[in-house]
Write a new protein. Structure first.
Length: 304
């Protein structure tokens, strides 16, 4: 699908100026509470997890950033990393990470040191946004010296653990608002023509093209298929404009694109994509799909 959209901010054919970015930021409003809906759930996990505040976002309202380190941590074991909320509007990624932490299994903690970062972009969570207040996408910003604090603070926190991380699963959603708001806004910001994509109806994975691990991806798809439906390819055998490499799986170059899945050199890495706007989906079903993905990813690697 390709169509040109107008957007109420900016000048057609010209990238946004700082004034346009400020205009965009001024239009964003708080629609839900990070403190009430996320932080309280993080703190409720204190019996089994060490709660680490790894930074604060330097915005008009300061947002504390939290990671969960499982209390069964033992030096020398490989680390399984679960991240959510890189895009704050993608709710099941955040609540899926928290649900995974709440019900983490003994077998998982016996094989891995487990680290969970449930909400990387709390401002985006509150305002239901893909971007941060400066109109930057955290999930294109994971590189050293990043100007995006959501990305750089996580890079700094993860650095001491990085060489021990064997597995990283990053929890995301694809939504109808990608086409109605976020892609048109991106095109306006960059001063280019917008090209929408066909929104896949169902769950899929984005593997890292540098570390594809086809059997790992397949195991996750097979597990999630028991919880929710897997997105079929479109008429071009693609999902969101990328060629299908196996059922329910496409590939992106994680490090080159500055994606969160390129955060570490972990050999087993993937990004989940849940579709909450499907008539077949519910809020709980989407969370369950994220948990199933994380559980099956860890089970696959543990069995190697």
């Amino acid at each position: 699908m390709s169509e040109q959209h107008t957007y109420p901010i900016g000048i057609a054919g010209q990238p946004w100026s700082s004034e346009h970015r400020q205009q965009w930021q001024a239009q964003q409003t708080v629609q839900r509470s990070y403190a009430n809906e996320v932080v309280t759930k993080v703190k409720a996990l204190a019996d089994n997890w060490d709660i680490i505040e790894y930074g604060q976002l330097p915005y008009e309202q300061s947002y504390p950033l939290f990671a969960l380190k499982h209390k069964q941590w033992q030096k020398g074991r490989p680390i399984a990393l679960v991240t959510g909320g890189v895009h704050g509007y993608e709710s099941s990624g955040i609540h899926g990470a928290l649900a995974f932490a709440k019900q983490v299994e003994q077998a998982q903690s016996a094989n891995f040191n487990i680290l969970v970062v449930p909400c990387i972009s709390p401002w985006g969570y509150e305002t239901i946004n893909r971007w941060n207040p400066d109109a930057n996408d955290p999930n294109r910003s994971f590189f050293e010296g990043s100007p995006v604090p959501e990305a750089q603070l996580l890079l700094d926190f993860i650095a001491p653990f990085s060489s021990d991380i064997l597995l990283h699963i990053d929890l995301h959603e694809t939504t109808d608002s990608d086409n109605s708001e976020f892609r048109p806004a991106l095109a306006a910001r960059e001063g280019i023509v917008n090209h929408n994509w066909n929104i896949p109806d169902g769950f899929y994975l984005v593997a890292d093209s540098e570390r594809p691990q086809a059997s790992f991806q397949r195991a996750i798809i097979d597990a999630v298929a028991k919880v929710t439906h897997i997105a079929p390819a479109d008429e071009n055998n693609q999902l969101i404009g990328a060629d299908l490499v196996q059922p329910g799986v496409i590939e992106y170059a994680g490090r080159k694109l500055g994606l969160c899945m390129g955060l570490t050199p972990a050999p087993y890495v993937t990004t989940t994509e849940v579709y909450p706007d499907s008539p077949q989906a519910t809020e709980q079903n989407c969370i369950d799909a994220q948990v199933a993905a994380a559980n099956s990813a860890i089970a696959f690697v543990a069995a190697l």
